[in-house]
Design a protein around this ligand. Structure first.
Ligand SMILES: [Zn+2]
Length: 178
């Protein structure tokens, strides 16, 4: 599995770099008049989503370099060297902002997914325990097995709701308070 993961990471790196190479070449061959800036953001975004923040920051650097090379060799003329560095800096900064924002969103989504899975597992465990309790946790009255609406004490069949832990009077009370 680890080897597979490594292979996937390598593939994504390679695909992003290939995309940047292709974009740089397209940008160069169409000349400086056509702006390709938005397309350079795609590999940066893909890297951020799949590889995380730092690989995406690295990809931002490569994207800026590809853009700068295409721009220089594509015939773009700047009156001052400063303008070239300015444009390059702006591009690099917006790549970085994209990279960090997308990586952050992905991280939050992953954490949320993990949290939901954890909650689900805990809930299932709680439901199982609720069905096994010998007495009602609210009033402490022992459960009369016959009185539990046919709920057999069985781990393989957890009750649908935590209410199964309560005795009949407490259950109807909690139902009313909702
Ligand atoms: Zn009770």
């Amino acid at each position: 599995m680890f080897a597979k993961f490594k292979y996937r990471v390598f593939l994504i790196y390679f695909a992003c770099l290939a995309m940047l190479g292709l974009l740089g070449w397209l940008d160069y061959s169409t000349g400086y008049e056509l702006g390709f800036f938005i397309f350079y953001s795609a590999p940066v975004g893909i890297a951020a989503w799949n590889l995380g923040r730092w690989p995406a920051v690295g990809m931002s650097l490569v994207a800026s370099m590809a853009w700068a090379l295409a721009d220089s060799y594509g015939g773009q003329k700047y009156s001052t060297r400063f303008a070239f560095y300015w444009n390059n800096g702006i591009h690099f900064a917006s790549f970085i902002i994209n990279a960090v924002a997308i990586a952050r969103i992905k991280l939050e989504l992953d954490q949320r997914r993990q949290l939901v899975a954890d909650l689900k597992a805990v809930r299932t465990a709680l439901q199982t325990v609720a069905g096994q309790l010998p007495s009602c946790p609210v009033c402490g009255q022992s459960h009369n097995r016959e009185g539990r609406a046919g709920t057999e004490l069985c781990v393989s069949q957890p009750p649908a709701e935590l209410d199964a832990a309560l005795c009949e009077p407490c259950r109807s009370l909690s139902g009313k308070s909702k």
